[in-house]
Ligand binder design. Structure first.
Ligand code: PA5
Length: 424
């Protein structure tokens, strides 16, 4: 699974040095008490997704229907209806998948849609449209565009075979559309919000289509939940929430930086950024998520992280990779004066770079948490998902805001509809 650390010093020594140990202990108690209360209630629905759950059979049927016939799957959905799947699917490039290529045009973009339609064969393409509300303009516009494109090559009586839907029960445009098509509609759980839905069918149906193990993701998540229930005070989610809140209240920390040293976790940083921002940016409060990936962002943002304002809580995610990847030829490297990398692997370099970044950040007085995951696996990713979701909910509790709504973004949606209707 994964382990967290705070460098050579213990977390308590670091907090003592910052003079915020007592404030942290108070927040830790509050967060742990809330975790206990949630656990007593069976923990939150987003965390309760079991690989033996009743949604497995409909997902298996839908995935089998898609993979048996189609070379491509376009997943339509935006925000929480897409980012989790994207983060989970990133590891599918390391397995022998089902052969179905998955495309996730989450942001509405005319050029990207033109590109997809130009490069994919409609006869071999299935569309999975996901929207909890069933009313999201971007997703519905993409859906209508996909239908028109499919109709250029697929007979009308076969068009329904090219679609699957995930939306909440009840009357809503997406559901009505699916019903009219006679296509399968899977229920979006009513008690799980979009950005918390990665372990539900929203994230897990695309995972199943890719050939990754849904059981793996969910079992990994369950393990983290079990640990939190048994030992709330030492659970990474509880410590992370207490630390973020204490740093924000007492040390002017207004940003949370998540920086994996693994390109494969780039999509994970996008998922986390949305989860954190949309859940916690409320009532004039909130900490801004910053995304970076190592080592590449050492050459773009690290200067700021090291030498700019000390306003970030840094989380570095690493995967032990000593000895991994191609080995650099010893003689060749030495011939060019590159003795320091002679005979080392690419994994050796990345490991040393991440260590160096952490040490320099700590040397500059930054608070740095390292999360080490022992391998790139469904279990570990499932564990990370649930841990960060719980950390978000616990931070919201400490802040006194509701993690599950997003009232401020509604105004812009209403205006967009007005502008679009009024276009000449
Ligand atoms: O997390 C959220 O609630 C949002 O980001 C939604 O996922 C996003 O707005 C899409 O909503 P819907 O799934 O209703 O189309």
């Amino acid at each position: 699974m994964f382990a967290t650390s705070f460098g050579q010093k213990s977390l308590h020594d670091h907090l003592d040095a910052l003079g915020i140990r007592a404030a942290f202990d108070a927040n830790l108690k509050k967060a742990a008490d809330h975790a206990r209360a949630l656990a007593a209630d069976g923990l939150l629905p987003f965390a309760r997704q079991a690989s033996t759950g009743p949604d497995m059979a409909p997902m298996k049927a839908a995935a089998a229907r898609i993979t048996a016939t189609f070379e491509n799957l376009i997943v339509l959905g935006t925000g929480g209806s897409s980012l989790g799947a994207q983060a989970a699917l990133a590891i599918s490039r390391y397995i022998d998948g089902t052969g179905t290529q998955i495309h996730t045009p989450d942001s509405l973009c005319p050029f990207e849609m033109d590109r997809l339609f130009r490069t994919l064969d409609p006869k071999n393409t299935h569309v999975l449209a996901i929207s909890k509300s069933g009313t999201t303009a971007e997703t519905l516009a993409q859906l209508l565009a996909c239908r028109a494109w499919l109709e250029t090559a697929v007979a009308e009586d076969a068009i329904g075979e090219h679609f699957t839907f995930i939306t909440e029960p009840g009357t809503r445009p997406l559901r009505t559309y699916g019903e009219k098509l006679g296509a399968p509609i899977l229920d979006h759980p009513t008690d799980v919000g979009g950005r918390f839905s990665v372990l539900t069918n929203v994230g897990m149906l695309p995972v199943m289509v890719s050939g990754l193990s849904v059981e793996g993701f969910r079992d990994g998540a369950q393990e983290v939940c079990k640990d939190l229930i048994e030992n709330p005070e030492s659970a990474p989610a509880v410590i992370g929430a207490a630390l973020t809140q204490t740093l924000n209240e007492h040390k002017g920390i207004t940003q949370v930086l998540v920086m994996p040293y693994a390109e494969v976790l780039r999509a994970f940083t996008r998922w986390h950024g949305q989860l954190w921002a949309e859940s916690l940016g409320k009532d004039g409060l909130g900490t801004t998520p910053i995304r970076a990936v190592g080592p590449v962002d050492q050459h773009s943002q690290l200067q700021l992280f090291l030498d700019g304002p000390n306003d970030k809580f840094v989380t570095i995610i690493t995967i032990p990779s000593f000895g991994k990847g191609p080995r650099i030829d010893e003689d060749e490297a030495k011939a060019y004066g590159l003795d320091y990398m002679a005979g080392r692997t690419i994994g050796d370099m990345v490991t040393c770079q991440s260590r160096a970044t952490q040490e320099t950040l700590r040397g500059k007085g930054r608070t740095v948490r390292e999360i080490v995951i022992d391998a790139l696996s469904e279990e570990n990713l499932g564990g990370l998902f649930v841990s960060f979701m719980l950390e978000t909910v616990l931070t919201a509790h400490l802040m006194g805001v509701n993690a599950f709504d997003q009232p401020a973004v509604e105004e812009g949606k209403i205006l967009t509809r007005q502008y679009l209707s009024a276009l000449e």
